[in-house]
Design a protein around this ligand. Structure first.
Ligand SMILES: Cc1cc2nc3c(=O)[nH]c(=O)nc-3n(C[C@H](O)[C@H](O)[C@H](O)COP(=O)(O)OP(=O)(O)OC[C@H]3O[C@@H](n4cnc5c(N)ncnc54)[C@H](O)[C@@H]3O)c2cc1C
Length: 388
C-alpha cells in the first residue's frame, strides 16, 4: 500500500519546487520528478510582487534570497514617442511590511528553492525522471512505477500531464517574441543604468529593463511581433529582427544603446493557454504554466504558479484521508480559476496598451499622466494585495 500522504509532482520549475515545499510543510511526503538531468539556469530576470514574495517568505526562503534580490523603489514608464518618462509608479509603496517587491534572477530563485527542497527530509527530488505513463483509478493514481494519492502536473506549457487528461487543450502562439538578455551592470554607462524597473512603450513593441543579482546584473526583455521558426532553423545573428524593430526612426537613442549592450539574446516565442486554464481531473491537478501559461506583461506567470502552490497545499492540507483528495483538488481549481483568468486578461490588455501606435499612443500617454501615479498604481492592488 502506498503512503496515504504521498503526492507526486511532475516538474521542478518555480511552480513545482514551491509546491513541493508547501505540501511538505503540510505534512505530505512529496516525490518531485523532473525530466531534466540537472536544473539548468534557464530564463533571466523575474519580477515577484508581494502576493508571491509573501508566500516564499512564509516558506522560510528569506535567508537564501536576501543577498540576491533587488527591491526597486519605482517603475519608470517611458514612451518611445519622446524618450521621456510618462510617469514613475511607487513600487516600494505597494510593497507591504511582510512582503517586498523583488527583482530576482530566475537561477537565484530556483537555486534558493532547490536548496530548501534538497534539505527537506520529506521531499524526494528525482532528476532525469520524466513522468510518462499515468493510470488513474478511483482510490489512487499510478505514475510509472509509483502509486500516490495525487499527481500534480507542474510540467510547464508543454505539460505531459495535461496532454494525458486534456489532450485537446494546447498552448497557442501569441504572435509575439520575447528577446531576453542580460549584462553586467558595469557594462552600461552610469546614466543608463536602471535603479528600478524601466518600462518603455513603443509602436508594436516594448522593452523592460531592471537590475537583479544584488544589482550586479541587468535584465533586459524586448517584446516584438515575430514568427515561429521552423524546427532546426536558426539565425546566425538572431537579433536582426530585434534591431529592425528598435530602429532609429522609432526609438530614442538611450533605449537603443541599452539594447546594443547585450551581446547574446535568447529568443522566446510566447505561448498562452486559453483564459481560465484547465485545472483538475479526479486525483490530478495542474499548476503554473501547465494550467495557465500567459503573456508576461503583468509579470505574474511565476507569481501565479507560486500562489497556485500555496492554495493547493492549503486545500490538500485540509483533507483527512485519501478519499477527500478529488474534492480538495476541485476546491483548489475553483479558488484559482477566476483570479488567474483575470490576470491572464490583464496581462494581454497591458501588452495591447504598451504597443499602441499613433495617434492612440499619444492618447495613452496623456491619459496615464492625467490618472497620475497613485491611481495607476492602485489598479495593481487586487493582484499585489492577495493573501492566502
Ligand atoms: C520573457 C518572460 C518574462 C517573464 N517575466 C516574469 C516575471 O517578471 N514575473 C513572473 O512572475 N513571471 C514571469 N514570466 C513567467 C514565468 O517565467 C513562468 O510563468 C514560470 O517560470 C512558469 O513556471 P512553471 O514551474 O509553471 O513551469 P516551468 O518553468 O516551465 O517548469 C516546468 C518543469 O517541468 C519539467 N518537465 C516537463 N515535462 C516533464 C515531465 N513529463 N516530467 C517531469 N518533468 C517535466 C521541465 O523540465 C521544467 O523543469 C516570464 C516569462 C517570460 C517568457
Amino acid at each position: 500500500m502506498p503512503s496515504p500522504r504521498t503526492i507526486v509532482i511532475a516538474g521542478a520549475g518555480i511552480g513545482g519546487l514551491t509546491a513541493a515545499l508547501a505540501l511538505a510543510a503540510k505534512g505530505f511526503r512529496v516525490i518531485l520528478r523532473e525530466k531534466a538531468e540537472r536544473l539548468e539556469e534557464v530564463g533571466a530576470g523575474l519580477q515577484l510582487s508581494p502576493n508571491a514574495s509573501r508566500i516564499l517568505l512564509d516558506l522560510g526562503l528569506q535567508p537564501q534570497l536576501a543577498g540576491a534580490v533587488v527591491c526597486p523603489e519605482t517603475v519608470s514608464i517611458r514612451t518611445a514617442r519622446s524618450g521621456g518618462e510618462v510617469m514613475r509608479l511607487p513600487l516600494a509603496a505597494s510593497a507591504h511590511a511582510d512582503a517586498p517587491y523583488w527583482l530576482v534572477h530566475r537561477a537565484d530563485l530556483q537555486g534558493a528553492l532547490l536548496a530548501a527542497v534538497q534539505s527537506h527530509p520529506n521531499i524526494d527530488l528525482r532528476l532525469a525522471s520524466p513522468v510518462q505513463a499515468i493510470e488513474a483509478a478511483a482510490d489512487a493514481i499510478r505514475i510509472d512505477d509509483l502509486e500516490a494519492a495525487a499527481l500534480i502536473g507542474a510540467d510547464g506549457a508543454w505539460s505531459a500531464v495535461r496532454g494525458k487528461f486534456f489532450p485537446g487543450v494546447q498552448p497557442q502562439f501569441s504572435g509575439l517574441i520575447a528577446w531576453r538578455g542580460t549584462c553586467n551592470a558595469a557594462a552600461l554607462p552610469s546614466d543608463l543604468r536602471p535603479s528600478g524597473v524601466q518600462l518603455w512603450m513603443g509602436p508594436r513593441a516594448h522593452l523592460v529593463i531592471y537590475p537583479m543579482s544584488a544589482g550586479q546584473r541587468i535584465n533586459l526583455v524586448a517584446i516584438v511581433p515575430g514568427a515561429l521558426l521552423a524546427p532546426g532553423w536558426s539565425t546566425p545573428d538572431g537579433s536582426d529582427d530585434l534591431n529592425a524593430h528598435f530602429s532609429k526612426a522609432r526609438w530614442p537613442a538611450n533605449a537603443r544603446a541599452m539594447i546594443a549592450t547585450i551581446d547574446h539574446w535568447g529568443r522566446w516565442p510566447l505561448y498562452t493557454m486559453p483564459d481560465g486554464g484547465v485545472w483538475h481531473s479526479g486525483r490530478v491537478a495542474l499548476l503554473g504554466d501547465a494550467a495557465h501559461a500567459m503573456v508576461p506583461f503583468a509579470a505574474q506567470g511565476a507569481g501565479m504558479a507560486i500562489e497556485d502552490a500555496a492554495v493547493l497545499a492549503k486545500c490538500l492540507g485540509e483533507t483527512r484521508n485519501d478519499g477527500d483528495i478529488p474534492a480538495a483538488l476541485a476546491r483548489y481549481a475553483a479558488q484559482r480559476e477566476p483570479r488567474v483568468t483575470r490576470v491572464q486578461r490583464t496581462a494581454r490588455q497591458q501588452g495591447q496598451i504598451y504597443h499602441l501606435q499613433e495617434p492612440m499612443a499619444f492618447a495613452r500617454d496623456t491619459v496615464m499622466r492625467l490618472l497620475g501615479p497613485k491611481r495607476l498604481q492602485a489598479r495593481q492592488d487586487w493582484i499585489y494585495n492577495w493573501r492566502l
